[in-house]
Design a protein around this ligand. Structure first.
Ligand code: FMN
Length: 485
């Protein structure tokens, strides 16, 4: 296994021993290194064997530190095989690991000849540009495959086989590649006595309930488990014109609703007024932070459990299933699943210490959760960045989903229902905040990896699907430069 710099990166040593990685007109500082280490580091352009700097020498230690720093910044890939003969006839690398998460580090679990392995149902091969890639929403890395023989051999892993058989077969699948596939959960080690139910063998009950397309959608439309460009990047601005804001009219005569909407002088209904008054607020008045009382009223109005009841599942035709608990809240939810949970990252709230809290919607109480201050700061800073705001929100509400609440009942549409529920909860938060004279803003991106670190919950069990920035809005026409002493 070789660590190699991405092709667009160059390593540049400076006179003072500082090393920097340069790419796309940017420079990322990597720290101070000895002349010997800087020189050896140049080998990373072609690839340095991972095992070669695991030794104890001073230069080895420096290279190990440098490689880990490069890895954390997503500047490395790993070649499986040897950097030179890992290339097949067309001069293309046979197998390259592309990390998708910042803390990915290639590990090679021990393989036993008798171990029975099979491809995960979440692993898929597809074309990306001129490459074939093997991906999985469960993996922190993807595998770029340059040799069609290897791609074909991977397809044979759909049937459980022993490692010994695979290695004896034709030598196409190397031990290193099989180990990497196992480490990435693209390959599963299964119990020979239970080869009949591969879905259950894959992981825990929560994973069993995920449909393939839902887990791909979740991990590919959030941050933390993928290295693709993400967010408002206008990827087609130079290629296609934007669609018009208002849909071009269908042909034929229109039925004019204007005269039926009531005379303009008639006062609007309170709900219509609230809907029109609602707007997104991205800058907050930290001289007058939101109070704990206001936070309590907002959560009570938008998200508190209204009642609790139980009912057995009715499959129809008199067929009755298990009893299910229900806990409806003020917004609608598909199948009354109410899969959403609110987690609050508090920066400025009068009467409530900065911290990370879960909202217990049944008890109407906040439960403090131990999370590192650095992680809270990262979450708040990402929210400010997403809003292009000068400062963090006073309170950041992370809307998380207990995916199994929806997936236990719904096939194919479970994740879509969760996202639709995020929409109706978001509007409820907007409207209650507006009614209370508070400000808020929906945020489209979430970091599922960061949330997993803050809560200790697995990405597929409970994770963020939406965010809402909250606080007291900066007064109209407020100019910070003038107001600051
Ligand atoms: C699902 C969703 C995601 C959004 N994500 C962001 C975001 O990441 N950053 C941001 O500044 N505004 C975000 N917004 C707010 C929209 O930009 C805003 O609603 C829109 O510009 C209309 O303005 P208004 O809310 O003031 O009426 C989001 C809104 C929704 C509904």
């Amino acid at each position: 296994m070789f660590a190699r710099l991405l092709s667009r990166i160059t390593l540049q040593p400076a006179m003072d021993g500082q090393l920097a990685a340069r790419f796309d007109g940017q420079a990322v500082g990597l720290g101070q290194f000895s002349a010997a280490a800087s020189q050896r580091a140049q080998g990373l352009h072609g690839g340095l064997p991972l095992a070669s700097f695991a030794a104890d020498g001073a230069v080895d230690k420096e290279i190990d530190l440098l490689v880990r720093r490069l890895a954390r910044r997503g500047l490395l890939e790993y070649v499986v095989g040897s950097a030179a003969d890992g290339k097949h006839r067309g001069g293309v690398d046979q197998v390259v690991i592309e990390p998708q998460a910042p803390d990915y580090w290639p590990r090679m679990p021990e393989l036993g000849a008798a171990d029975l392995v099979v491809l995960s149902r979440f692993a898929y091969l597809r074309r990306r540009g001129n490459d074939v890639v093997l991906e999985s929403p469960r993996a922190a890395a993807l595998i770029r495959i340059g040799d069609p023989q290897i791609a074909a051999a991977i397809a044979t892993l759909a049937i459980p086989q022993s490692i010994g058989t695979l290695l004896r077969a034709d030598g196409v699948l190397s031990e290193a590649l099989l180990a990497v596939l196992l480490d990435c959960s693209m390959l599963l080690r299964i119990d020979p006595a239970h080869t009949g139910d591969l879905r259950a063998a894959e992981g825990d009950d929560d994973l069993v309930m995920w449909d393939f397309h839902d887990l791909v959608f979740h991990t590919r439309s959030t941050e933390g488990r993928q290295a693709n460009p993400l967010g408002g990047l206008y990827p087609y601005a130079g290629i296609l014109p934007p669609l018009p804001a208002v849909r071009p009219r269908w042909p034929g005569p229109a039925i004019d609703l204007q005269p039926l909407s009531g005379p303009p002088a008639q006062p609007l209904a309170p709900v219509a007024r609230l809907l029109r008054a609602r707007q997104s607020t991205r800058s907050f008045d930290d001289r007058k932070p939101i109070t704990l009382g206001e936070l309590s009223r907002l959560l009570d109005g938008a998200a508190r459990v209204q009642s609790q009841w139980q009912a057995p599942v009715d499959f129809g035709d008199g067929d009755i299933g298990p009893v299910v608990d229900y806990a409806p809240r003020p917004y609608p939810s598909g199948g009354a699943a109410y899969a959403l949970e609110l987690y609050l990252t508090v920066a400025h709230c009068e009467g409530l210490a900065p911290g990370f809290y879960h909202y217990d919607a049944a008890a109407h109480a906040l439960m403090p959760i131990e999370a590192r201050a650095a992680e809270r700061d990262t979450l708040l800073a990402a929210a400010a960045f997403a809003m292009d705001a000068p400062a963090t929100p006073q309170v950041l509400i992370t809307i998380a989903a207990r995916f199994g609440r929806s997936a236990w009942k719904y096939s194919a549409i479970a994740y879509a229902l969760v996202l639709k529920e995020v929409g109706v909860l978001t509007q409820s938060l907007y409207l209650v905040a507006t009614d209370m004279g508070l400000g808020g803003c929906a945020i489209g991106n979430s970091n599922i990896d960061l949330f997993a670190k803050m809560t200790g919950l697995d990405v597929h069990v409970e994770g963020p699907v939406g965010q809402f920035a909250l606080g007291r809005a900066e007064p109209e026409g407020f100019d910070e430069d003038v107001a600051e002493p």
